[in-house]
Design a protein around this ligand. Sequence first.
Ligand code: COA
Length: 184
Amino acid sequence: MIDLRDLRDEDEATLYQWRREAEVDRWMSDAAFPSPEAHQEWFNRLRDDSGRRGWMIVRGDAPQGLLTLAGLDSHHRRGEWAFFIGAPDARGRGVGRAAQVLGLDKAFGELGLLKVWAEVMADNDAALKAQTAAGFRREGYLRGHVLKDGEPRDVVLLGILAEEWRERRDAARKALAEAHLIAA
Ligand SMILES: CC(C)(COP(=O)(O)OP(=O)(O)OC[C@H]1O[C@@H](n2cnc3c(N)ncnc32)[C@H](O)[C@@H]1OP(=O)(O)O)[C@@H](O)C(=O)NCCC(=O)NCCS
């Protein structure tokens, strides 16, 4: 079963290892690959900053990826979404699909958000397909919006509203439970 759990101290090392994976690094828009110290600082901020939440995506006890929401202290009640599946052999097996349902449930349930939005590089077909399948809609296209390895790259803006999630939620959870990806 796929689940989301709160971050633990030992996750920092796993996340740093994943961050080095070419297939993960490829889609990250940070200024440069982080030093171990910068990564530790980022991890501490993710855990301590009241405007952010981060969860490990796990299958049983095994970490598979990371899901984060940022900007939660905004009075607009929206959160900026990011996620990746870090374990290479976990991709393409429904883990991302399940994590999105669980994450959107937390965002619109427990956290009471009205909107979740994301920036995705325009050529990241897998992420765009996965997020569209989860109910995100395309809201914009930003040309040359981020610099990746010194090259300007286009970005797609995606968003999902609380009422759109409410309409999808039961069917999405039922389908995942039938696929034995989440508990019924
Ligand atoms: C993109 C990503 C999060 C998707 O998660 P995943 O667990 O691999 O995806 P799932 O197996 O749950 O598939 C969900 C949907 O995503 C799409 N998808 C997944 N992998 C895909 C691929 N390689 N190419 C095209 N579409 C893909 C499909 O639409 C799929 O639905 P389907 O099974 O009904 O066809 C994951 O592959 C990943 O983290 N990749 C590397 C880093 C990255 O791109 N992160 C996102 C940055 S925004």
